[in-house]
Design a binder for this molecule. Sequence first.
Ligand SMILES: Cc1cc2nc3c(=O)[nH]c(=O)nc-3n(C[C@H](O)[C@H](O)[C@H](O)COP(=O)(O)OP(=O)(O)OC[C@H]3O[C@@H](n4cnc5c(N)ncnc54)[C@H](O)[C@@H]3O)c2cc1C
Length: 216
Amino acid sequence: MQECDPFFFQGCDPATDSFMFFSFQDTPANNDRDNQDTYDCQVIVSWPYRAEFLGRSEPTETPATSEERLRLMKEITRDWASPFRDVVQDMPSTSTVQAIRLEDWPPEEGSWENFDGRATLVGDAAHAMTMYRGEAANHGITDVARWLDFHLPVLKSKERSGGDLKGACDAYEREMIARTHLAVLASRQACLDAHDHERVNERSPLVSKRAPIATA
Ligand SMILES: Cc1cc2nc3c(=O)[nH]c(=O)nc-3n(C[C@H](O)[C@H](O)[C@H](O)COP(=O)(O)OP(=O)(O)OC[C@H]3O[C@@H](n4cnc5c(N)ncnc54)[C@H](O)[C@@H]3O)c2cc1C
């Protein structure tokens, strides 16, 4: 897998419209496990929620147990090419397979109360998005940077009034909501495209360039 990429990669299966994401979480050089000569890897397999997938009449639900989930992952990847197939097929039966619920929430102005600027939302709490563009945490970090940009001048000012705090918070929310509303929808489209191979082209948000975010 390291020959494919030292960090991570993703790919779609044109035959089934299923999708793989592989990443190294750590390596022998930086893990603190007892058996240090090991790698920690994340292997994600996702599939389109529709009838006829794997020849089944009903859409395929996520199984309830880890064992059943591993069995499904192996069924989905059975006809993939090496090494993508092998990395799933060789997973030991003791592997823990967790389900990720794909949900998103495009934020809108007025969706929450900021109590005159004394409380607001940042990160996933403000703008949960699917992970198919890998940008949610980046936006969470940007939220904090922008919150500071708007609030530090007010907090450092000796002559501030209550209205200044509310103004800074409203300005933060306007910037954050405009930026992340689009990001949530782009990530949603990337998720849909990831499971529809025909749609994966240079215009798809799955592979298109991530927009650089201007800082104040
Ligand atoms: C598979 C996957 C891959 C991803 N890849 C990327 C990527 O490549 N790039 C990227 O930018 N983003 C990625 N993300 C998204 C990223 O992980 C999230 O955007 C980020 O972790 C959100 O951080 P957060 O602090 O806002 O929320 P969280 O990380 O969810 O933190 C919230 C914390 O609050 C705690 N909590 C909840 N309720 C309470 C309560 N009532 N009291 C006290 N504590 C509470 C939770 O336990 C949690 O620790 C990925 C996500 C997934 C699932």
